[in-house]
Ligand binder design. Structure first.
Ligand SMILES: NC(=O)c1ccc[n+]([C@@H]2O[C@H](COP(=O)([O-])OP(=O)(O)OC[C@H]3O[C@@H](n4cnc5c(N)ncnc54)[C@H](O)[C@@H]3O)[C@@H](O)[C@H]2O)c1
Length: 269
């Protein structure tokens, strides 16, 4: 097992990538604190993991606040005595899903909420985690979920893209600031194989865009042509690597996951 005994907090763990990582990390021996703004659903995720023999607690929390991250850290220390990995994965889609709102029409409160959850929440997450990791020493890993939108323009997702690019900047700066304490900071930046529910409220729960759209290699825009669709697990396995001691010399990295080379492809054929 790759996370034997490690104490891991995952935010946004009620569904989608956070839930899949919770299941994977638990199978790899992690002891978990799961948080989400949807308290009932994150409890359901925790119950599933417990039924499979995992060690897990859950709590409701709004990850845009410093308090929610401090509480998650306290919960980890209360239950397991320490914190090894803080995975800030919670995020909200660009406003207006499923039909995103053009930038110049976005209302101020929608912009503020997107920045508050997707960027400010990540800043608070790292602060709460780093304080605990510095006190307990030595080391620790802080991980974020950003997005392909951090690297390339996605139509009507400018505020979201700015937030995710901001988190990638946070990763690079904190790798410098916290490296002296042995704390590693990294991010995964997913593109494909993600929960369609994120932008499409009517999609079946925890199904990927590719499952929802009858994926085939020929129709896929990815340069990588393989006969299997990208999955949540393809993204989760990258998070597992960065969270584990296998990545003990990896810090300051923002890793595109499950994109099959799409981000490095020139648009022209
Ligand atoms: N699905 C995509 O299209 C996609 C693509 C690239 C990156 N991402 C990123 O992946 C991460 C996980 O998203 P997902 O695809 O699993 O979507 P999802 O909607 O299935 O999961 C996100 C979870 O975060 C929770 N959440 C939202 N706001 C919160 C808040 N303020 N406090 C606490 N929890 C909150 C939601 O309740 C949900 O359970 C996000 O950071 C998202 O930005 C998603």
């Amino acid at each position: 097992v790759r996370l034997a005994g490690k104490v891991v907090v995952i935010t946004g763990a009620a569904r989608g990538l956070g839930r899949d990582c919770a299941q994977l990390f638990s199978a790899e021996g992690a002891r978990l604190v799961l948080t989400d703004i949807d308290g009932a659903q994150v409890k359901a995720t925790a119950e599933e993991i417990k039924a499979a023999g995992g060690e897990v607690v859950s709590r409701q929390g709004d990850s845009s606040t410093l308090e929610s991250h401090e509480e998650a850290v306290r919960e980890a220390v209360r239950n397991y005595g320490r914190l090894d990995v803080y995975f800030n994965n919670a995020g909200i889609a660009p406003p207006g899903r499923p039909k995103l709102i053009p930038y110049e029409e976005l209302a101020e409160d929608l912009i503020q909420r997107n920045v508050s959850v997707n960027l400010v929440g990540a800043i608070f997450a790292a602060q709460a985690a780093a304080r605990q990791m510095k006190v307990q020493g030595p080391g620790g890993a802080i991980l974020f979920t950003t997005s392909a939108a951090a690297y390339v323009g996605v139509p009507n997702a400018a505020v979201y893209g700015a937030c995710k690019a901001g988190v990638n900047g946070l990763v690079r700066s904190l790798a410098v600031d916290l490296g002296g304490y042995g704390i590693r900071i990294n991010a995964i930046s997913p593109l494909y194989g993600m929960n369609a529910n994120f932008t499409q409220p009517d999609a079946p729960p925890n199904s990927t865009y590719e499952e929802a759209q009858d994926w085939s290699a020929e129709k896929s825009p990815a340069p990588l042509q393989v006969p299997y669709a990208p999955t949540l697990r393809d993204n989760s396995l990258a998070a597992l690597y960065l969270a584990s001691d296998e990545a003990r010399w990896v810090s300051g990295v923002c890793m595109p996951t499950a994109d099959g080379g799409t981000l490095v492809k020139l648009a022209r054929n």
